[in-house]
Design a protein around this ligand. Structure first.
Ligand SMILES: Cc1cc2nc3c(=O)[nH]c(=O)nc-3n(C[C@H](O)[C@H](O)[C@H](O)COP(=O)(O)O)c2cc1C
Length: 186
């Protein structure tokens, strides 16, 4: 699969088969994250690979933050069950001081965003599925996984085989809406 095809055919998958992930595929995903560009190559991201079913079940519980979802009218995080069902969950963390800041913009989020996309594309390239889960109780998750103070949890990624044939994804805006040429014009 070439890169453009991988980018365009990756989908967020929320239903996982009860099929083990081969260790060499998991290794390929971890190495793809490690290969990500980062601010001054400071590599602020860290990963926790969770395979214990009991821990995944607890992580799943912590992905529903009632106060957050109430405003959107959701009764659950759409990816909540995926975190319990997928055989592997990668918890992507970042150490903010191991990245840069410019004009008040902390770049650890950019570093982690790039790492996240590499993670999801690598999973897709080896025939696995994933989804970025960005809503969770960070404090309780930090306690559960014994994450040191100051380390931020950026995203939770269920990894496994899709239980269904992924459908076309939600539509994107047209380039007319998002691209300006030469100068910003409305
Ligand atoms: C930062 C971020 C946070 C996200 N958090 C969640 C989440 O908590 N639950 C969920 O079901 N999907 C989550 N998603 C997945 C998006 O809903 C999904 O990427 C978007 O609808 C586009 O669909 P696609 O990934 O299939 O192209 C998140 C995606 C991103 C980039």
């Amino acid at each position: 699969m070439d890169t453009i095809e991988a980018i365009k055919t990756r989908r967020s998958v929320r239903k996982y088969a009860d099929t083990t992930v081969e260790p060499e595929k998991l290794q390929a995903i971890l190495e793809a994250v490690q290969a990500s560009p980062s601010w001054s190559n400071m590599q602020c991201c860290r990963m926790i690979v969770v395979q214990s079913a009991a821990t995944r079940a607890k992580i799943s519980e912590l992905s529903f933050v009632e106060s957050f979802f109430a405003t959107y009218g959701y009764k659950t995080n759409p990816a909540q069950k995926a975190l319990a069902d997928a055989p592997v969950v990668i918890v992507l963390c970042a150490i903010p001081e191991k990245s840069g800041e410019m004009g008040g913009q902390p770049y650890y989020m950019a570093d982690a965003g790039i790492a996240s996309e590499n993670l999801m594309l690598a999973a897709h390239a080896v025939g696995l599925a994933s989804v970025f889960v960005g809503v969770f109780d960070e404090e309780q998750l930090g306690e559960l996984l014994e994450i040191p103070p100051g380390v931020r949890i950026i995203g939770l990624f269920p990894i496994g085989y899709s239980a269904t044939e992924p459908k076309a994804g939600p539509p994107r805006k047209s380039l007319d809406e998002t691209v300006h040429y030469e100068k910003w014009r409305s």
